[in-house]
Design a protein around this ligand. Structure first.
Ligand code: NAI
Length: 312
C-alpha cells in the first residue's frame, strides 16, 4: 500500500502516456522512471539491439530498487519489477510509438541534423496536444524546433535529465523563446509526477547545471596544467573543502572527456553569448587525453586509471 502511494503520483499529472525516443543510457532511464510512476511508456529506437540492451538495463536497475523497497519479500519484489517492466512497450516504429502519446521525450544521439529531422517526424505522427521534449545537454531547443510550425513550436521544450536517471532527482525544464506557458506548466507537473524536482530555465547554453559546472571542470584542468597541484589533491580539496560529492577530475572521467571536449569546443566556436569565452578554450591536457582514447571511466582510463577496477 505504501509502495502504491509512493509510486502513484502520476494521477495529478495530465500526462499519462509517454513515448521515449532513443533506448540508450538516458532513454532507458527515463522510460524506467516514467513506468515506475505508473505512466504507460513506449520506448522507441531505430536499433532493435539497443532496445534489448535498454530492457536489460531497466530490469537490472529495477531489481536493485526492488531489493531495497521489499528487502524481506523477494516475491513481491519480483512481481513489482515485472509490473513496472510490463508498462514499457519497446518498438522500432516511431509513428506507431508516438501515436497516442501525451509527451514525447527525445534522447537520441547529440546531433542537430538528426534531432531536427526527428522532431519533424514526431510532430507529424503524434497527437496535436502532445508535448515534444528533448533531453539534449548542449544543443539549443530553439534550433532543434527550427523547422516546426508555430503551433508545434509552442509545445516544444527541453526536459534535461541527469545520469544516472533513476538516482538523480533534478530535471531542468527548458523554455525556448517559442515555448508556451501551458507546455511548461504541464511539463513541471509531469516532472513532479515522477518524483523528480523541476528547475525551469531559459534556452541558453548549458542551461543551469552545465553552464556552472563546465567552467569549473575546465578551470580544474588548467590548475593541473599550471602544476598547482596533482589531480588527486585537487579532488580531495574540493570534496573535503567544498563538500562536493565528487572531485572535478572524478567528475570529468565520469562524464567522459570526449563529451566534455565536444561541448566546450562547440560553445567556444558558436555558443550563444559564449563564442571565444576563455573559460571554454581548448586545453592541451584534455586534447591529449582524448586523442589517446583516454575518455574516462567508460574507456578504462582518463585522468585516473580504472583498468584494475574493471577486471574481476
Ligand atoms: P546513447 O548513445 O546511449 O543512446 C542513443 C540511442 O539513440 C541509441 O540507442 C541509438 O540507437 C538511438 N538512436 C539514434 N538515432 C535515432 C533515431 N533517429 N531514432 C530513434 N533512436 C535513435 O546516448 P545517451 O547517452 O543516452 O544520450 C542521449 C541524449 O541524452 C543526448 O542528446 C545527450 O546529449 C543527452 N544526455 C546525455 C547524458 C549522459 O550523461 N549520457 C546526460 C543528459 C543528457
Amino acid at each position: 500500500i505504501v509502495a502504491r502511494a509512493l509510486y502513484s503520483s502520476s494521477a495529478s499529472s495530465p500526462i499519462k502516456r509517454v513515448a521515449v525516443v532513443g533506448g540508450g543510457q538516458m532513454g532507458a532511464g527515463i522510460a524506467q522512471v516514467s513506468a515506475t510512476f505508473e505512466h504507460g511508456v513506449t520506448l522507441i529506437d531505430v536499433n532493435a539491439e539497443a532496445l534489448e540492451r535498454g530492457q536489460k538495463y531497466m530490469a537490472k536497475s529495477l531489481a536493485r530498487v526492488a531489493k531495497k523497497k521489499f528487502p524481506a519479500e523477494p516475491n513481491v519484489a519480483s512481481d513489482w519489477v515485472e509490473a513496472v517492466l510490463g508498462r514499457v512497450r519497446p518498438t522500432t516504429s516511431l509513428s506507431e510509438g508516438v501515436r497516442s502519446a501525451d509527451l514525447v521525450v527525445e534522447a537520441v544521439v547529440e546531433n542537430i541534423g538528426v534531432k531536427q529531422k526527428l522532431f519533424g517526424d514526431i510532430a507529424q505522427a503524434a497527437p496535436g496536444h502532445c508535448l515534444l521534449a528533448s533531453n539534449t545537454s548542449s544543443l539549443p531547443i530553439g534550433r532543434i524546433a527550427e523547422h516546426l510550425d508555430a503551433e508545434a513550436k509552442a509545445r516544444t521544450l527541453g526536459l534535461h535529465f541527469f545520469n544516472p536517471v533513476p538516482q538523480m532527482k533534478l530535471v531542468e525544464v527548458v523554455r525556448a523563446e517559442h515555448t508556451g506557458a501551458q507546455a511548461i506548466e504541464s511539463a513541471v507537473a509531469f516532472v513532479e509526477s515522477i518524483g523528480k524536482a523541476p528547475a525551469v530555465c531559459k534556452d541558453t547554453p548549458g542551461f543551469i547545471v552545465n553552464r556552472l559546472l563546465l567552467p569549473y571542470m575546465m578551470e580544474a584542468i588548467r590548475l593541473l596544467e599550471r602544476g598547482a597541484a596533482e589531480a588527486r589533491d585537487i579532488d580531495t580539496a574540493m570534496k573535503l573543502g567544498a563538500g562536493y560529492p565528487m572531485g572535478p577530475f572524478e567528475l570529468c572521467d565520469y562524464v567522459g572527456l570526449d563529451t566534455l571536449k565536444f561541448i566546450t569546443d562547440g560553445w567556444f566556436k558558436e555558443g550563444d553569448g559564449l563564442r571565444g569565452d576563455k573559460a571554454f578554450a581548448a586545453s592541451p591536457k584534455l586534447d591529449e587525453l582524448v586523442a589517446a582514447g583516454h575518455l574516462g571511466v567508460k574507456s578504462g582510463r582518463g585522468f585516473y586509471d580504472y583498468s584494475a577496477s574493471k577486471k574481476k
